[in-house]
Every structure is written in C-alpha cells, then in structure tokens.
Design a binder for this molecule. Structure first.
Ligand code: IVH
Length: 705
C-alpha cells in the first residue's frame, strides 16, 4: 500500500522547482487513491490520510498558482499556464555595442584608455568569447539553489520562466562549492544545429510550422506556457555574466567565469584572455574559422575588459557597457530578384522604399523584404523592378539591398520613379526637408502628419511597442485591425476601448470578431488596464516625439520628475518661453534638436488634444530620481582644473551615475564646484557666487569613492 511521502517542508518554504515536483507527486498519489477508491473499490489509504494529501496539494497551489491549471480542479489533461508572471530585474539586463571592423575594435580600446587615463605602456587585458545567438536568461541562485529564471524582456522586466528553465539539463538546480548567498547568473539559452534540424523534422511531420532558425526555435521552446514542451526540446545553456550578486568570487571577468565552471555551470570553452587589440583580433579570426563546425550559432565575438574594478569605473552609456563590445561577423549575402518596390510610411512620415524580393535564404533566414533606405539610395544603386540584386543581412539588422547585378538587367527595365505623393488615400504631397544649417535631407516625408492614416497607425504601434506601453495582445496586427474598424484612432482610445465595448446597445462586440473570442478579449482588456498606470519615462517615450528616444525620455523624466512638471515645461517651451527652453537645454544630453521637436509637437493643437485625452486616462508614476540616497543626487556639479585620480569623462560619468547633473559653466544654479590644480575663472565665479568648492579628494570623500 503506497504511503504518503514524508512531505515535511512547510509549503511556504518550498522553492518553485521543489513545489512543482512535490505537487506532481501529490497529484499522482491522489489520482491513484481516487482510482482505487472509486474504480477498484479497494481503498489504499484512510480518509484522513487522503485529506492530508489534498490539503497539502491545495496549499501548494494557492502559493504557486501556475500549478493550479494542471492541478486538482483541472478536468481532463493538464492545461497550460495562461501567461508568464513578470519579473523586475534588480540589475537591468543590457545589450552590447557593436563593432564591425578592426578600426572599431581599436577605437573601443582607445576609448577605454582615454576614459581611464591609462598610459601607453599599461596593457588592457580583454577577454574574447563567442557571441552566442540564442536568448539571454537570468538565473537567480539563493544559497546555491535555483529559485528563479527570467527572460530578458525589455531589459528592465522579463518573464518568469523558472519551471521551463528548470527542465534544461545544462542548468543546475543546485550549484556546487562555495557559492555566495545570492548569485544571479546570466547567460544564453540556445539550441544546437543537430537538435534544431531534428526539431524542425518533427514539426514538419506533425504538420506544424517550422522554425526559421535555431534562435527562434530556442525562444519558442523556452517561452512555452506548458513546461513539458520545453522539457521535450533539448535546449542548452552557456553562462557568461551576472546580475544581482551578494559578492563576486574573483576580481577579473575571466576568473569569475572560470569559477562558474567550478560551480557546475556550463561555460564556453573558447573564452580567452588577450593582451590588447592584436590578440583579440587573432582570437576573432580563430573563432571565425571554427564557426561552421561549432554545432551552434554564433554571430560574433564579445570582448570585455578583464579587470572588474575597471569595468565598474567604466560603467555604462545608454543601454550598453563601455567595457564591452560585440565584434560581429561580416554580414551574409545572397542574390535574388526584385519583384516590386513598395513605399512604407513611418511614424514621422518618412517614406522608406522597400524591395519586395523573391524569397531567398540569407544566413539561415528566409528574406522577402529588404530596405532600400531612401530615394537617393535607389538612385545611387539604380535599382529597377526586375533586377537581380545582392541582399545582405547582419544580425538583427533589417536586410538591405547592397548591389545590383547589372549583367543580369532585363532589356527595357525602366528607372524607378520615386513617388511625389504619399501612398495613403489622401495622396498628400511629399517633401524633402532642409535642416537648420540649410542641408537638404535625403528623407522624403509625407506632409499629412495626423491626417495621414499610415502615420497614425505607426504612432499607435510605437505607442504600444515593448519599450513604450508594452501592451500584451495589442501588437501591430491588432492595432491595424482596430484602426481599420475605427475603434482605436489615437492612444487615448485604447483606454476607453473596454468601456465602449461594454456599452449597452453595442452590436459589434470585439469578442465576436474573428480571431478574438471571449478569453482573448478579456486578456486584452486586462493587459490594457494593467498599463493604465505607467512610468513617466515610458509615457514621454511613447508620445513619439521626434528625436526623443528612450534615453532622452529618461533624462527628461528624471529631470522633471512628474507628468505635470514635464507637461508644463513642454507647454512653456511651445509658447516660446526662453527661460523654459534654457532650463531644458541644461539637462544633460538635451540640446536644440530635442527642444525644437518638443516645441513643434506641443505647439500643434491637434497633438495637444491627443495628449490631454490620453493623460486623462492614465495614472503616471513619478520618475525614479536617480540614486536618491547619494549626497549629490539632483545637484548641479561643475568640474574645473585638472583631476589626478580620474579623467574628466570618468568624473562626469560618476557624478551622473550618482544622480547629479554635470554642467560646463558656473551659474547661480550650480551647487558644487570640484576644482583641481590650475582652476581659474570657474573657481573665481564660484567664490563670487558663494558656491561650495571641494578638491578632488573632497569630492571622492563626499561620494564615498
Ligand atoms: S555579455 C552587459 N557575452 O548578446 C552585457 N552577451 O547583444 C552583458 N550574448 O543581451 C552581455 N553571447 O543575450 C555577453 N558571450 C556573451 C554573449 C552575449 C551572446 C547576447 C546577450 C546580450 C546580447 C547583446
């Protein structure tokens, strides 16, 4: 008679993987008991024992709701989770800057030297390792045990894939040896070539869609709501980085990754420590020569500064570390036929010609569209419909047409005439722009702005995109659909969609449209509702103001703090308020171009109305003031004279990291002047204005450096 297992750990102390295993065991025991009791009429345990099992399974399900779907209440067969929970990364997951040539790599090293102020004789040790073409994962280990796995997502927030990652044989559930109490390992999950081919063969036989490449297959396999599918796909893993850690086990990149190996984590065997540019380039050539035989996809070689203290000093610019670069392999090329040239209208009205190609495989991916950039590029290449062209694809970059095979041009092929009107129904005239400096831009723009349906759709797509509002279930296809049906014409409409849908007398309920249904409509409304509360920086970015990318949006958000202040400043700038513009200009990384863009956006009454309707639907979360706790947060600092312990770039980056603004000149807004030997007029101005002055050591003491 099977006895209940000694399930002794209190349910709320179980780790996710333990909970999953135990839950499975409990269900098996319960099912067995049910079968014996009802089917065979031969009970295998007492009612009291049976109740203990059920209560424990229920307790686990209430603590780990994702197990519920396959649990006690589920009917026949295990149903998958409905969606992944979100995980906020304690340390953002960033990307890498790219290098494409020897010169780029030499510049990378030169920038490091200059930033750190290294003498010519000082070697810069770099590690060089393959750039794995998979998807990045963050694995959180506590006391050596795997407690959480998350995808990268937008870098700030990913998806909880703990159960799925737990099925990957390469990922240990328990690390070996002396592991810090908290250690988040980062690395790449990928699928090997042979496993990819076998998976696609199985997909084909089952009449399912095949994957375009191993990376898509790996991503599709990991992001399965039903973890048993992940378990059936032989994903692999290489560890190469870390996130939130209690302490580091070594003081070099190489040392830490070697320690990983000792902890039972798989690391790439081709990682090498190199002394400078020549050595990394030699290793790059060696890896490139081995590429075809590795058995998994790589798309370049990553170089990282080996010394961790230098990495910390170098820090980040935008979303990428200054201390690393990805040296990409040359783009792959193929030739094919141009069947047509389409014109796409972007969010800002820019017309982009796109070559419609006879599908061709370039580096393992089927390509049927390639950008031709702009009218000048078409003229330069002299691309004509019917031409045979060379297409190139480099990593994630959109494929492009790089050459025309003139020998294969058909007699009578006419030169391509770039349209003078927008392809939208309005047929609005297209204009070339001239910059403030009088230079004519190569870009042709539709002048229709919000009257142009293409621009409106692109605006909405941008609004919902991952780094903006990131509304699940409201992808490009759905936006185009809702726009066409007249249900969403501008961002604010998204947040009134559910209420309008539920209005009495509404005959066109969304759930009745093909492809929606009750559940997906409910999920969509919930996803929209979840985004009604939004961070200020995302909102500013989502507005789609020209020249305001994510970094600029973040700078604006951090500076103005809340929506009302930003909005008021933007309105003052739009109204021609010189002081408001000067204040904006003082923000790091913000200059005339951005200010002009804000001015023209907010002085357009149509935009104003759209923004107001949107804002009235939202709750905006104030911006995180960078490094609130630091003594210089929010202060304006000026460095002057020479610095001895760090370069000017480094000092500036350090101050910004601590939430200070670095200004070039002293004014009454300056809070602190850091003066080194040789300081002159700025120091004088500071003492005249009664501003606090410290020397370099004083600065370092202040910031705890
Ligand atoms: S280091 C702070 N090393 O490439 C940067 N990344 O383009 C930490 N990747 O998101 C990343 N192989 O998914 C690093 N050996 C390697 C890598 C690697 C692949 C991926 C990673 C990252 C992306 C950036």
């Amino acid at each position: 008679m099977p006895k209940p297992a000694p399930f002794s750990t209190p349910p709320d102390q179980l780790l996710p993987l333990e909970a999953q295993a135990e839950h499975g065991e409990l269900l098996a025991l319960i099912a067995n008991a049910d079968e014996a009791y009802h089917g065979l009429d031969a009970p295998v345990m007492s009612d009291a024992e049976y109740d203990v099992l059920r209560r424990r399974a229920e307790a686990i399900e209430s603590l780990f709701p994702h197990l519920k779907t396959s649990g006690l209440a589920a009917k026949v067969g295990a149903k998958a989770q409905e969606k992944f929970a979100k995980v906020r990364h304690r340390v953002p997951m960033l990307s890498l800057a790219n290098s494409f040539s020897r010169e780029d790599v030499a510049d990378f090293e030169a920038r490091i030297r200059s930033f750190l102020g290294l003498g010519a004789a000082e070697p810069v040790i770099l590690t060089a390792e393959p750039k794995i073409d998979g998807l990045s994962l963050a694995l959180r280990y506590e006391r050596g045990r795997l407690v959480q796995a998350a995808t990268r997502g937008d870098g700030e927030e990913g998806e909880d894939v703990t159960i799925n990652a737990g099925t990957i044989a390469d990922i240990p559930h328990q690390l070996r040896g002396d592991v810090p109490a908290v250690f988040e390992v980062r690395g790449e999950a990928y699928l090997g070539h042979a496993d990819f081919a076998a998976l696609n063969a199985r997909q084909r036989e089952a009449g399912e869609k095949e994957f375009a490449n191993p990376r898509n297959a790996a991503a599709g396999s990991l992001r399965q709501l039903d973890a048993s599918i992940t378990a059936s796909r032989p994903l692999r893993f290489f560890a190469y980085a870390w996130g939130d850690v209690e302490r580091l086990p070594a003081d070099t990149q190489f040392g830490i990754v070697q320690t990983f190996k000792g902890w039972a984590l798989p690391v790439n065997p081709l990682m090498k420590r190199c002394a400078g540019v020549d050595e990394v380039l030699a290793h790059y050539a060696a890896i490139e020569a081995m590429r075809a035989g590795l058995g998994y996809d790589i798309d370049g070689v990553v170089y990282k500064v080996d010394r961790i203290d230098w990495q910390q000093r170098l820090g980040f610019v935008g979303r990428a570390p200054r201390w690393a670069t990805a040296h990409k392999f040359p783009a792959e090329k193929a030739t094919t036929l141009v069947e047509a040239i389409d014109i796409q209208v972007g969010r800002t009205g820019a017309l982009t010609p796109v070559a419609k190609l006879r599908p061709v495989t370039v580096g393992g991916v089927v390509v049927s569209n390639a950008t031709l950039h702009n009218a000048d590029e078409i003229a330069r290449l002299d691309v004509r419909i019917g031409d045979t062209v060379v297409v190139q694809r480099a990593g994630d970059v959109i494929p492009q047409v790089v050459d025309v095979v003139m020998a294969q041009r058909l007699a009578g092929a006419a030169p391509y005439a770039f349209p003078h009107v927008c392809p939208c129904d309005l047929r609005t005239p297209v204009a070339k722009e001239t910059t403030a400096a009088g230079i004519e831009s190569v870009v042709r723009r539709c002048t229709g702005e919000f009257a142009c349906p293409y621009q409106r759709i692109e605006h909405l797509k941008h609004f919902c995109s991952r780094r903006a509002f990131d509304i699940e279930g409201l992808g490009d296809k759905q936006i185009a659909f809702f726009f066409e049906k007249g249900l969403i014409k501008e961002p604010g409409d998204i947040f009134t969609l559910a209420a309008r849908d539920a209005m009495p007398g509404n005959l066109q309920r969304i759930q009745n449209y093909e492809g929606f249904g009750e559940v997906s409509t409910r999920n969509l409304f919930a996803a929209i509702e979840a985004r009604r509360t939004i961070q200020l920086e995302r909102l500013i970015f989502a507005l789609g103001i020209r020249h305001i990318g994510e970094t600029t949006a973040k700078m604006l958000a951090r500076n103005y703090g809340d929506w009302a202040s930003f909005d008021a400043a933007a309105m003052r700038v739009a109204a021609g308020d010189v002081e408001a513009a000067a204040e904006m200009d003082a923000i790091d990384q913000i200059g005339e171009t951005v200010i002009d863009a804000i001015r023209s956006y907010f002085s357009e009454s149509h935009n104003r109305a759209i923004v107001d309707r949107l804002a009235s639907e939202l709750t905006v979360i104030d911006a995180e003031q960078a490094a609130k706790d630091s003594p210089v947060a929010g202060k304006t600092v000026v460095f002057t004279g020479s610095l001895e312990k760090m370069t000017r770039d480094e000092a500036k980056a350090m101050a910004e990291r601590l939430g200070a603004k670095v200004a070039g000149s002293v004014s009454k807004k300056t809070d602190l002047v850091v003066a080194g030997p040789g300081a002159g007029s700025k120091l004088k101005a500071a003492s005249e204005l009664g501003i606090e002055v410290v020397d370099e050591d004083g600065w370092l003491t202040l910031v705890g450096g």
